[in-house]
Design a protein around this ligand. Structure first.
Ligand code: FES
Length: 572
């Protein structure tokens, strides 16, 4: 172990004054002298925060990673980075994904670290950490925090988010008493862990496993399950070996890995948010990977997992059924089975022994839950650079639809008018929401699944076609067109829609059309003015100035790419 030249030795090696300083100050924590002898120094990048309830248990998880690192002969050093809690952050956690990724990238590069373990859980913590690490390209492994246990309430199962939307619609429709709704709060989130549906957090945990940068079974082990701690220890051991093998991220995050991730996400009915995050990670890694790849790779791919929000079960059930390794084994040669993973083995080797223990939760590939599980990319004069649609979350009868637009110019405008009894809207209308894209909000919030107007709810309407430049919570559902690009605030055609315009949606044909003559649209464009800026100065200004559109992953333009881990200059 001793004597190998490692990145960390540029700090800890040698006998000069600087090496004295680097080692001496680290010894104030009690590190023995041989901690600096050339053994792999492993950074544990921790998103613990009490303001990120999904990552609340990460202090313990980090301890388990440290055990593993020590067992394998490494030197573990934990460091905090900005933590993004989906439920508390305003105006939206997505505004800060790129900021957190900068924190991660600079923290890794600037420190004496040979390999990194990323502790991720809540939605944005996974992409922000992977994006930052990808821009450095050191040996890296992800440990997710795991989903919460299934919610239980009044004899029924509650799924994070999904049942919140459902219950709140029932309250608005007058079919659920408010006190029962409030009683459900504690039952909905009854253990540590992230959302227990196949929402964005679970999709992100699935994504890193499918990409090959997390150990098999990472995605589904519940947060409180002892086996989550075991996985953390094993990851601690494995990252030390990855440093020995120089198994850097770029050897794993190849084009093949991204294609595998798209297919696995389709097969589990994953969140629409994965599109934006995977594009951003590919951009950091310098892998050519585009929005249309999602549609092409996922078009004939069945969804074989029966999980909420589209299906019946929760992540806990998914783990007991065998989790992601079973899904990858079912997909078989549809995947690049020879792709290298963080275990040092191929995908095929990782999943060879996977066994399905519940065929209701994970179906065989020839008896899928949905024959078309992938995400659809729509185009047309309303979305020249694309829009995203999740067929498995939609109402089949609405996937080919023509209806008049009811336009809301902001989410505040929507809230002010949606329940007005005079609002001229029917079940055939298409609700359009403008100015909720990356620049417009700013930060592209999860408001695309606009609640159904109360008067329609009372008529029994539970779904309508909705179109916006916003995102949607991965726990949500409905016939919802999202991520319209270019967004309204960037002058996209979405900004030109007016009440009564006819909109045509044809998911099978991948078409989203605004049936208004071009000359009319040109006149409207001449009158269009961008919305006034929100906060002036600070990070928000930087974000609005530099954020890319959704079809490119909404990263900041100057953060795209891999800059490596070299630091040419000393600090003394
Ligand atoms: Fe954190 Fe859903 S709110 S994972």
């Amino acid at each position: 172990m001793a004597g190998k030249t490692r990145r960390s030795q540029a700090w800890f090696g040698g006998h000069d004054r600087d090496a004295f300083i680097h080692r001496s100050w680290m010894k104030n924590g009690g590190a023995p002298a041989d901690s600096f002898d050339g053994r792999p120094v492993i950074g544990i990048c921790n998103t613990f925060s009490e303001l990120t309830p999904c990552n609340r248990h990460f202090r313990e998880l980090a301890e388990k990673v440290k055990y593993g690192v020590l067992q394998a002969g490494g030197f573990p050093l934990e460091f905090p980075v900005m933590s993004l809690g989906e439920t508390n952050l305003r105006p939206t956690a997505m505004l800060f994904r790129n900021l957190a990724s900068m924190d991660v990238e600079e923290s890794i590069r600037a420190n004496p670290i040979d390999g990194v373990v990323l502790l991720t859980g809540c939605d944005k913590t996974t992409p922000s950490l992977v994006m930052g690490a990808a821009s450095c390209d050191l040996p890296t492994i992800v440990v997710s925090g795991g989903p919460m246990l299934s919610g239980r309430f009044h004899g029924r199962v509650l799924g994070s988010g999904t049942d919140v939307w459902r219950l709140s619609e029932e309250v608005r429709a007058g079919t659920l008493p408010l006190h029962e709704f409030l009683d459900a709060e504690a039952a909905n989130s009854r253990s540590v862990g992230h959302c227990n549906t196949m929402g964005t957090a679970s999709t992100m945990a699935t994504m890193v496993e499918a990409l090959g940068i997390a150990l098999p079974t990472n995605a589904a082990i519940p947060g409180p399950d002892a086996r989550r701690n075991t996985l953390a220890q094993l990851a601690g051991r494995r990252i030390v070996q990855m440093v020995e093998e120089d198994l850097v991220l770029s050897k794993i995050l190849t084009r093949e890995a991204f294609e595998n991730a798209v297919k696995v996400i389709g097969a589990v009915g994953g969140s629409t948010n994965s599109v934006i995050h995977l594009l951003a990670i590919a951009g950091r890694m310098g892998v050519k990977f585009e929005l249309d790849d999602w549609d092409r790779l996922g078009r004939d791919l069945p969804c074989i997992v029966d999980l909420m929000p589209s299906g019946r079960f929760l992540m806990e059930d998914f783990y007991y059924a065998g989790g992601v390794p079973v899904v990858m084994k079912e997909l078989g040669e549809r995947l690049h089975t020879g792709a290298l993973t963080c275990t040092g083995r191929s995908v095929a080797e990782n999943v060879a022994d996977a066994v399905c223990w519940n065929r209701e939760v994970i179906r065989p590939i020839d008896n899928p839950v949905e024959p078309q599980g992938g995400l659809a990319v729509l185009r047309g004069n309303l979305a020249p650079r694309g829009a995203v649609f999740k067929p498995s979350a939609a109402t089949p009868a609405l996937m080919q639809h023509r209806g008049p637009a009811v336009v809301f110019t902001s989410i505040e405008d929507f809230h002010a008018r949606v329940d007005d009894p005079e609002l001229p809207i029917t079940a055939d209308s298409v609700m359009v929401l403008q100015n909720c894209g990356p620049k417009g909000y700013p930060g592209m919030p999860e408001v695309g699944n606009m609640p159904i107007p109360q008067k329609l709810l009372k008529q029994g309407v539970r779904d309508m076609v909705r179109v916006s430049d916003a995102r949607m919570s991965g726990t949500a559902y409905g016939t919802v067109v999202l991520h319209v690009a270019p967004e309204a605030a960037a002058g996209g055609p979405l900004a030109l829609v007016r009440d009564g315009d006819m909109i045509e949606l044809d998911v099978q044909a991948r078409r989203l059309h605004l049936d208004v003559p071009d000359e009319v649209l040109e006149r409207r464009r001449a009158d269009w003015r961008p919305p006034p800026p929100g906060m002036v100065g600070g990070y928000q200004s930087l974000y609005v100035e530099h954020v890319q559109q959704a079809d490119l992953g909404a990263d900041l333009d100057f953060l795209v790419g891999c800059r490596g881990a070299a630091v040419p200059r000393e600090n003394h």
